[in-house]
Design a protein around this ligand. Structure first.
Ligand SMILES: [Fe+2]
Length: 374
């Protein structure tokens, strides 16, 4: 079969059987940047040897003879892999690793540590400091190349997962921004739900799920028409049915991402009620996942203390009274609501709210964000 080539606007399209068209996958491969490897070694010969070994693939190689130079490069460049020697001037390889792994900007870069110093204790020290792989010199070219290729493959996977999650979070934010009355709602939810989660002594993984759930719980609203989402009057039965679907749609959107598995119960069940009258499954009491109950308390509190088209912003005290009343009516978890009232502190001016351990809360949020990129 021949291929159509059009030379000018008037020319007919001509077929050239021998013409080579690039395949899509090779176009994509070329479009992607060659992975960048940073070699940190004070001995020039070592750097040269490793560079020669890596010539077989299209890598962009950067070099640093000192850790301080390497740190400067890492601040400027996007690096996909660091190869570092165990013994260096200024600081040791493990110290350098530790520095990289404790910085949010560099913690996801895989590190291959090399050394000519034999001994298991060096390998242990290297791995314990955060190095992902360890190789003894002289390096075997085939082994070094295979190891580096595998590490870069993992890095690419982590990058794409991070991108997918970032896209989901951006989608969730766009849902929030559709509603001008709920600006910063998700950020406030993280504060309230984490305060409650920490008061309950939840493990870090569950706190992380609360953090993610605060942003993603209403992502299913992306499919709800504005006419229903922002309707001022009462919703018809049919409209309510559509509205309620946001819990199930949200779960479906996030399900393909395995890292979001702990968040799915929050997304699905944050509108259940303690007495079983909620949706979508009519769960009751402790059948409702704890994290969903926590998020619900935070969500309701935020709705009460912020102004909406149909109500003014209530004071903290008034909001808590309403929530306690709702718990008495059987709608909310009767233990979580009083605990929430205790955790939140009302400042004396009656307008603003201070939260126990705000600084540690900020730290905790930073930690959560760090966890997110793992
Ligand atoms: Fe919701």
């Amino acid at each position: 079969m021949s291929i159509l080539v059009k030379k000018s606007a008037r020319d007919p399209i001509v077929l050239h059987p021998e013409m080579h068209l690039p395949r899509w996958d090779s176009v994509l491969e070329e479009a992607e940047q060659a992975p960048t490897i940073l070699i940190v070694d004070d001995i020039e010969l070592n750097r040269r040897l490793l560079k020669a070994m890596l010539k077989t693939a299209a890598y962009r190689i950067l070099e640093a003879a000192r850790p301080s130079t390497a740190i400067g490069i890492l601040e400027r460049e996007k690096v996909d892999l660091v190869v570092v020697d165990l013994v260096m001037p200024e600081m040791s390889g493990p110290e350098f690793c530790h520095l990289l792994k404790s910085d949010r900007r560099t913690q996801l870069i895989p590190i291959l540590m090399t050394t000519s110093v034999q001994g298991t204790e060096n390998e242990v020290a290297g791995i314990e400091s955060g190095a992902d792989e360890f190789l003894i010199k002289p390096l075997q070219p085939a082994v070094a190349r295979t190891r580096i290729r595998a590490m870069l493959r993992n890095k690419a996977l982590v990058d794409s997962l991070e991108e997918a999650e970032t896209i989901l979070f951006a989608l969730a934010q766009s849902v929030e921004h559709r509603d001008k009355y709920t600006g910063m709602h998700c950020q406030r939810l993280t504060t309230y739900s984490l305060a409650l989660g920490q008061a309950l002594g939840l493990p870090r993984q569950e706190q992380l799920a609360l953090y993610r759930g605060s942003y993603l719980h209403d992502i299913g609203k992306i499919g709800i028409p504005d006419g229903i989402l922002f309707k001022r009057g009462l919703l018809t039965d049919e409209e309510w049915q559509t509205m309620r679907l946001h819990t199930i749609r949200g779960e479906e959107i996030c399900k393909p991402m395995k890292t979001l598995a702990p968040v799915l119960p929050i997304i699905r069940s944050h509108h259940e009620r303690w007495d079983g009258s909620g949706y979508p499954d009519g769960l009751g009491g402790e059948e409702i996942p704890l994290l969903a109950r926590i998020l619900q308390v935070a969500d309701i509190y935020d709705a009460l203390i912020t102004a909406r088209p149909y109500k003014p912003a209530f004071s903290h005290q008034h909001a808590i009274e309403i929530m306690i009343e709702e718990a008495r009516r059987g709608w909310r978890d009767p233990e979580l609501v009083p605990l929430f009232a205790e955790v939140s502190q009302h400042s004396s001016d009656g307008e603003t709210h201070s939260w126990a351990g705000t600084t540690s809360m900020q730290e905790s949020l930073d930690n959560m964000r760090r966890e997110l990129s793992k």
